[in-house]
Ligand binder design. Structure first.
Ligand code: PLP
Length: 459
C-alpha cells in the first residue's frame, strides 16, 4: 500500500521556473556556490531541512495566540512543559537556533586544552568548539564511514575508541561527551538505544556528562522503533523519553524536529552550569523566558515538538526518503545506504570517481544538479570539511557526499520523481563533470561563503 502524505494542503506557494541558460548565468554570478544563489531562482530546494518546515494550521493558530510578554510569557511555560516532559531535563534554556545553544555551552565548557568527542560533530558544533580553542573529535563506528555498506545503526559511536580517547586525552580535559541523533554529517543515520546506553556506561565509568545533539530525536526514535529489538511495541514518545533519560543535557536546533522555522534550546540537569548558561544567554540572546525568539515562536515550537511524535507523520517522513533513495538505486546512482531520516546523500566518490577530493567532486555534482533541473543540494565533503595540514598537504574527510535534504511537509511525491529524473540525467552524463577550486574562503565554515571557479580541462 502506498504510504501517503498524512496531511492535506491549505496554503500554497508558487515555484519559479528558469531555463538552463538562465541557471548557467545565475550560478556564475553565485561563484559556483549554491549558498550564494537567490532562493527564488531555485525550483526544488533541498539545501536543508532546517527551518524550512511547513507549519500546521494548529501551529499558525498558536502564532496568533503567542504571549509576547518579555518576562514570564505563557508561551515559554508551554514550551518548557513540553520539553521537560520529553527530556526529563531540569533546565530548559531557549535560544534562537541550535548554534546559539552550542556557542553558550562551549564558551562555558570549551577552551584551549579541552577535547569534545562525538559520533560526528555537525559543522556548527565543530566550529563552536574550535572557536573556543578546544578540539572536536569524531569517533564514529567503522561501518558508519562506509557508504556502500547497509547497517541499521550507522550513527553509532565507536565505544572502544571513546574509552581509548578519554584515557589518551585525560578525563580532566574532557568536559562532556556528545552524541548526535540522527548523525546529520554521517548521512542522517540513527544511533541505537544500545549505543546510547553503552556510551552512558562509559560516561559513568569516567564521571563525564553526556549531551545529546537532539536535532532529529524523533526521526532517531522512529528508527529505533522500526529496527531495534524490543522497541516495536513502544510509542515513539516513550522511546524518545528513554533516549533523553540517559543524557545529562542536550542542545537542539528546533528548526529540524521542532517542526518550526526557527528556534533551539540548551537543556541540562547541572544547576551551576545552567545558572552560568543563563547569564551568557542574557548577554548574547535575551531574557531566559524567550532567548532571542519571539514568544509566538515558542508557542509554535511547543506544538511542533508534539506533532513530530505522530507516528503516521514519522512513517511518511522516513518512507519519503527511502522512496527517493530506492528510485535512485534502481537507476544505478550510488547513494549512502541505507537512507537516513532527513535526506538522501549521493556518494560523490563513486558518482564522479575521476574528480579527486581536492577538486570537490560533491561540489561538481551539486552545481550540475542546479544546472540540470534547478535543484539545490549541498556538498558535504572536502569543501565543507577538508583542510590543509601544517606541511601544506590537503586532508580530505572520510566521505564525499551531496546531501539532498527534504524540508518537512513541503514537497510531494511528484517533486521527488522530478528530482530523481534530473539526478539520473546528471549521472548518465557524469563523465562530463569537472572539478572546482576555491578562489576565496573564510577561516571557519568556509562552504557557506566560499567563491569557486570551475577547472576546465586543458586540451
Ligand atoms: C542544524 C544542526 C545544528 C545547528 O543548528 P542551527 O539551528 O542551524 O544553528 C547542530 N547540530 C545538528 C546535528 C544540526 O543538524
Amino acid at each position: 500500500m502506498t504510504i501517503i502524505e498524512p496531511f492535506k494542503i491549505k496554503a500554497v506557494e508558487p515555484l519559479t521556473f528558469t531555463t538552463r541558460e538562465q541557471r548557467e548565468r545565475l550560478l556564475e554570478q553565485a561563484h559556483h556556490n549554491v549558498f550564494l544563489l537567490r532562493a527564488e531562482d531555485v525550483l526544488i530546494d533541498l539545501l536543508t531541512d532546517s527551518g524550512t518546515t511547513a507549519m500546521s494550521a494548529r501551529q499558525w493558530a498558536g502564532i496568533m495566540d503567542g504571549d509576547e510578554a518579555y518576562a514570564g510569557s505563557r508561551s515559554y511555560y508551554k514550551f518548557e512543559k513540553v520539553l521537560k516532559n520529553l527530556t526529563g531535563l531540569e533546565h530548559v534554556i531557549p535560544t534562537h537556533q541550535g548554534r546559539a545553544a552550542e556557542k553558550i555551552l562551549f564558551s562555558l565548557v570549551g577552551g584551549p586544552g579541552k577535547s569534545i568527542p562525538n559520533n560526528t560533530h555537525f559543522d556548527t558544533t565543530r566550529a563552536n568548539i574550535e572557536y573556543s580553542g578546544a578540539e572536536a573529535v569524531d569517533l564514529l563506528n567503522a561501518v558508519g564511514k562506509q557508504p556502500e555498506v547497509r547497517a541499521d545503526f550507522k550513527g553509532n559511536m565507536d565505544v572502544d575508541a571513546l574509552v581509548a580517547f578519554i584515557e589518551d586525552r585525560g578525563v580532566e580535559n574532557i568536559p562532556l561527551v556528545m552524541l548526535t541523533v540522527t548523525n546529520n554529517s554521517g548521512g542522517g543515520q540513527p544511533v541505537s538505544m544500545q549505543n546510547i546506553k553503552d556510551v552512558r556506561a562509559v560516561c559513568d565509568r569516567f564521571g563525564l556528562p553526556l549531551f545529546l545533539d537532539a536535532c532529529r530525536f524523533a526521526e532517531n526514535a522512529m528508527f529505533i522503533k522500526m529496527r531495534e529489538p524490543g522497541y516495536a511495541n513502544k510509542s515513539v514518545r516513550e522511546i524518545a523519553q528513554e533516549m533523553f533519560s540517559y543524557a545529562d543535557g542536550a542542545t537542539m536546533s528546533a528548526k529540524k524536529d521542532g517542526m518550526s522555522n526557527t528556534g533551539g534550546f540548551l537543556a541540562m540537569n547541572d544547576d551551576d552550569l545552567a545558572g552560568r548558561a543563563r547569564t551568557v544567554l542574557i548577554v548574547t540572546e535575551g531574557f531566559p523566558t524567550y532567548g532571542g525568539l519571539a514568544r509566538r515562536d515558542l508557542e509554535a515550537l511547543a506544538i511542533g515538538l508534539e506533532e513530530v511524535l505522530d507516528e503516521n507523520y514519522l512513517t511518511y517522513r522516513l518512507r519519503t526518503i527511502e522512496y527517493f533513495g530506492d528510485r535512485l538505486l534502481e537507476a544505478g546512482v550510488p547513494i549512502l545506504e541505507p537512507t537516513g531520516g532527513h535526506a538522501v546523500y549521493l556518494d560523490a566518490k563513486r558518482f564522479a570517481p575521476h574528480i579527486p577530493p581536492e577538486h570537490f567532486p560533491g561540489q561538481a555534482i551539486t552545481c550540475a544538479l542546479y544546472l540540470e533541473g534547478g535543484i539545490r543540494g549541498v556538498e558535504i565533503g572536502s569543501l565543507m570539511f577538508g583542510s590543509t595540514d601544517a606541511s601544506g598537504v590537503f586532508q580530505a574527510p572520510p566521505m564525499e557526499l551531496v546531501r539532498l535534504a527534504m524540508p518537512r511537509r513541503v514537497y510531494t511525491q511528484s517533486h521527488v520523481d522530478y528530482c530523481v529524473e534530473n539526478i539520473v540525467q546528471v549521472f548518465n552524463n557524469r563523465d562530463k563533470l569537472t572539478g572546482y577550486r576555491i578562489v576565496e574562503e573564510a577561516p571557519y565554515l568556509r562552504h557557506f561563503t566560499a567563491k569557486l571557479s570551475r577547472i576546465t580541462a586543458r586540451r
